[in-house]
Design a binder for this molecule. Structure first.
Ligand code: APR
Ligand code: PHB
Length: 399
């Protein structure tokens, strides 16, 4: 079969791209390895930058998010038991973030695509990419688990690899045509979900003597919290008691604040890595989202970068199909990477600032303390944090 744009992966990048292309009258097919239920149930981060909120609304996907999401106009830094509120709205001229879980965004996108006859193919196996240097690149795939059945072929004008960190798209490019820059961190996060009322109206990023803790939320009944752990830890190493006592210690304030506790029903260890692979284009294959870049979770930039790539690509394809111009397609990689690297810098900075690196020497520790001291006391430094947190400005969605 033929389509205009073949998209590998139904994460935020692939689904948003398919939806935006549809709004421009451009056909796409999305090939996803997992089931619809699995992609709608995977727990990830949940902070949408102002630009992502605006994109959801412009794309007609804002209703449930506005109803069920939580607009956060600031956040709290808790260091040494003292709180410093960062007021996003005041420091950025009215911008804020929305706490709305990634899997809710995925549900909204899947519903929107299926409601308008979108071609989403779940449970596909053994996706392979071919003829990327030609004007007719193709994707081949089999049915679930590759068991029996003929392999299908989709011929497209373009392929977009939105298949995340471990996908096949990046691997289809000759390694010598790509450059990868990477940082690993000597810590991970234990993320948990619990049944409890919110502990705070705003997210709390806390640094205690022995590490980081984060208080986030999912709904009035379900809370999301994270704590710094050893990256080799297994979720089973963390009993509920150990989680609560660590959270209590790292989140302790001088006036006796305590998190609201409740039954923990999900625990996951999350690794931390920064990685960028460039360029984000090879012939007629484009990479978007985690397929090209990964950030550590501090600051929750991953989903937002995926959305911003989708936004850039949809505008570039719209220009191509309307006017035949390849200028925006040619500029895609450099334009996307500029934002990616600024988000990498911020995610790396926020991560390094708020975690205790095992084995850090006295000099490193004192520098960290001085940086925190400066941030907490400086409106200019808080403005820099706020601007990056709510998201740097994005360009127009369409011409
Ligand atoms: N064939 C088809 N689909 C694949 C393949 C493959 N070989 N490999 C991976 N996929 C699918 C995955 O099952 C997943 O649903 O691609 C999708 C990629 O989605 P994400 O990993 O969510 O990546 P992306 O859309 O770039 O969004 C990035 O999601 O993972 C979080 O923290 C990350 O917030 C960030 C955001
Ligand atoms: C989340 O709610 O999952 C979350 C919030 C803020 C972060 C990271 C994750 O910085």
């Amino acid at each position: 079969m033929r389509t205009q744009v073949a998209i590998i992966g139904a994460g935020p990048a692939g689904l948003m791209l398919s939806h935006l292309l549809h709004l421009q009258g451009i056909e796409s097919v999305v090939l996803e390895r997992r089931s619809r239920d699995a992609i709608c149930a995977t727990i990830r981060a949940g902070v949408l930058e102002q630009g992502t909120v605006d994109l959801m609304c412009e794309a007609g996907l804002g209703d449930r998010m506005r109803r069920e999401g939580f607009r956060h106009e600031g956040t709290v830094l808790r260091v040494g038991g003292l709180d410093r509120r960062i007021d996003f709205v005041e420091l950025t001229g009215g911008r804020a973030v929305m706490v709305y879980a990634q899997h809710e965004v995925i549900k909204d996108l899947v519903d929107a695509r299926l409601a308008t006859g979108g071609d989403l193919r779940f449970d596909v196996a053994n996706v392979s990419l071919h003829d990327l240097a030609s004007l007719r690149p193709t994707v081949r795939y089999g049915d679930q688990n590759g068991a029996g059945g003929e392999r299908q072929t989709v011929q497209a004008d373009f392929i977009v690899g939105c298949d995340g960190t471990h996908g096949v798209s990046r691997a289809a490019i000759a390694p010598q045509a790509l450059q990868t820059a990477e940082r690993r961190y000597p810590y991970g996060w234990l993320g948990m979900l619990c049944k409890a009322p919110p502990s705070s109206n705003e997210l709390i990023y806390a640094l205690g003597d022995d590490g980081f803790a984060l208080v986030s939320t999912r709904s009035r009944e379900v809370q999301r919290m994270y704590l710094q752990c050893d990256p080799q830890d297994q979720a089973g190493d963390w009993s509920d008691d150990r989680i609560w006592s660590t959270l209590r210690a790292r989140l302790a304030t001088r006036d006796g604040w305590l998190p609201k506790e409740g039954a923990i029903f999900d625990k996951t260890v999350i690794g931390m890595r920064s990685r960028v692979t460039e360029p984000m284009r090879h012939g007629r294959l484009f990479l978007a989202g985690d397929a090209a870049h990964v950030v550590p979770p501090t600051g929750a930039k991953g989903l937002n970068l995926a959305m911003s790539d989708a936004r850039l690509l949809s505008r570039a394809f719209a220009r191509f199909y309307r006017q035949g111009g390849e200028d925006l397609l040619c500029a895609y990689s450099a334009t996307a990477l500029r934002r990616v690297w600024r988000a990498q810098r911020f995610s790396w900075w926020m991560t390094s600032l708020l975690h205790r690196a095992p084995g850090a020497d006295a000099f490193a520790r004192k520098l960290q303390d001085a940086e925190l001291d400066y941030l907490i006391g400086s409106r200019a430094a808080c403005t820099a944090l706020a601007e990056n947190y709510v998201g740097l400005p994005v360009g127009p969605l369409w011409d």
